[in-house]
Design a protein around this ligand. Structure first.
Ligand code: TYM
Length: 340
């Protein structure tokens, strides 16, 4: 029998109508490439999106829109498993077991929780938001995933997943969980806000600072042309002194496959305006087929739902087995399951 391919798991929240360039370059692009060599499972993590109390109808639309964008980017629902997190009940079940293994202080140290809760204010912070990283650990451990492609902002959450997996093994014996590893591609680990090149591009950031994958060409051109650079003129790679220019060069390089050194060389003696005009064209060209494909998938929601239902069935078959194995280690379930 051929050895099974190592497993990959990752997810994106359905918290906007469109993903942005940070999601694409930081995560989705790697997802697509990994499908050749790994057994990939990708999820629209709607339970995570609940932590900010979305409107139900809006959430329902965004789940489909996000799945359509995964497909449009090249996620292959035959080769990989594509599913919606809430359709597989073991995610919430495993979260509970992991909750009982996680220290309150340990969860409280998560910087994303601290940042988000500071923004929301005490009255709006939910227990769900606090528990977000534990649910994320459950997502990963539920599939015995070895590799998790994400952007830099998820590094600390991934560390917690690794800690919890190791804790399961030390408390309940080796083989209780697979310890996952983050796959963070250095060059695109953090795409920055076009208006505030010190901050990551984010759906909650400055609207003019993000490029959404579904943006029309005019908007894309406008956003790139008004990107903040600096008062200098020379196009060089200097993330510290010229973070805005470095961000444009990273995006350019990631979308064309040309190295930053090649680009810097090609733009010697040219102005920021040239770089921006060319980059706008590159982004517009890269995203045009993506927008068209997404629209096509969204034209047939019935078919999209069938794809997602099949994905959930395949995901649940794995999740059920792993959950039973872990639950049995805790002393839950029928005694016979402990042998599994
Ligand atoms: P989300 O939806 O906030 O982000 C989705 C992915 O996009 C990456 N990302 C970026 N990468 C580079 N530059 C940026 N500016 C940028 N902004 C976002 C994120 O790192 C992420 O990879 N908590 C996860 C969702 C999740 C998950 C999981 C991921 C839930 N369960 C299990 C992996 C495994 C998140 O950040 O989603």
């Amino acid at each position: 029998m051929p050895t099974p391919k190592p497993r990959v798991f990752s997810g994106i929240q359905p918290t906007a109508d469109s993903l942005h360039l940070g999601n694409y370059l930081g995560a989705l692009k790697q997802w697509v490439a990994l499908q050749d060599d790994y057994d990939c499972i990708y999820s629209v993590v709607d339970l995570h999106a609940l932590t900010v109390n979305p409107d139900p109808a809006v959430l329902r639309h965004r789940v489909r829109a996000t799945a359509a964008q995964f497909l449009a980017a090249g996620v292959d629902a035959e080769r990989s498993i594509l599913f919606v997190q809430s359709q597989v009940p073991q995610h919430a079940q495993l979260t509970w077991l992991l909750n009982c293994l996680t220290g309150f202080g340990e969860a409280g140290r998560m910087t994303q929780f601290k940042d988000k809760s500071a923004k929301l204010g005490e009255k709006s912070i939910t227990v769900g938001l606090f528990d977000y990283p534990i649910l994320m650990a459950a997502d990963i451990l539920l599939y015995d995933a070895r590799l998790v492609p994400v952007g830099e902002d998820q590094r600390q959450h991934l560390e917690l997943s690794r800690t919890l997996a190791a804790r399961l093994n030390s408390r309940y014996g080796e083989g209780a969980a697979v310890v996952p590893e983050a796959l963070i591609v250095k060059q695109t680990a953090k795409i920055y806000d076009l208006q505030e090149p010190g901050a990551k591009m984010s759906k909650t950031g400055h609207p003019a600072g993000i490029i959404e994958l579904m943006d029309d060409p005019k908007t894309i051109a406008k956003r790139i042309k008004s990107a903040v650079t600096d008062s200098g003129q020379e196009i060089t790679w200097d993330p510290r002194e010229k973070p805005g220019v470095a961000n444009l060069l990273s995006i350019y390089s990631a979308l064309t496959g040309r190295t930053v050194e090649q680009l810097v060389n090609d733009y010697q003696g040219k102005l920021y305006g040239h770089l921006k005009a060319d980059l706008a064209e590159v982004v517009i060209e890269a995203l045009a087929p993506f927008r068209e494909r997404t629209a096509l998938y969204l034209q047939d929601p019935g078919q999209l739902d069938r794809v997602l239902d099949q994905g959930a069935e395949r995901a649940e078959a794995i999740a059920r087995t792993v959950y039973q194995r872990v639950a049995a280690r805790f002393g839950l379930g029928q005694a016979g399951a402990a042998a599994g």
